[in-house]
Write a protein that binds this ligand. Structure first.
Ligand SMILES: [Zn+2]
Length: 54
């Protein structure tokens, strides 16, 4: 399950959630600190790309 990082626009708390892709689109993401739904997804940088072995 992919892990998403969010930042709360209100309290600036950054938190991570494990969500399915389908949940990501529909789920109400709430700040784990203040409970606000005014959160912004932080772009995830995936370090481990599929290594090409030839
Ligand atoms: Zn918050």
């Amino acid at each position: 399950m992919p892990q998403y990082e969010f930042e709360c626009r209100k309290c600036k708390k950054v938190f991570t959630l494990l969500l399915r892709i389908s949940e990501r689109a529909t789920a109400k993401i709430q700040c784990s600190g203040c409970g606000s739904e005014d959160v912004e997804a932080v772009m995830q940088t995936f370090v481990a790309r599929t290594a090409r072995k030839s």
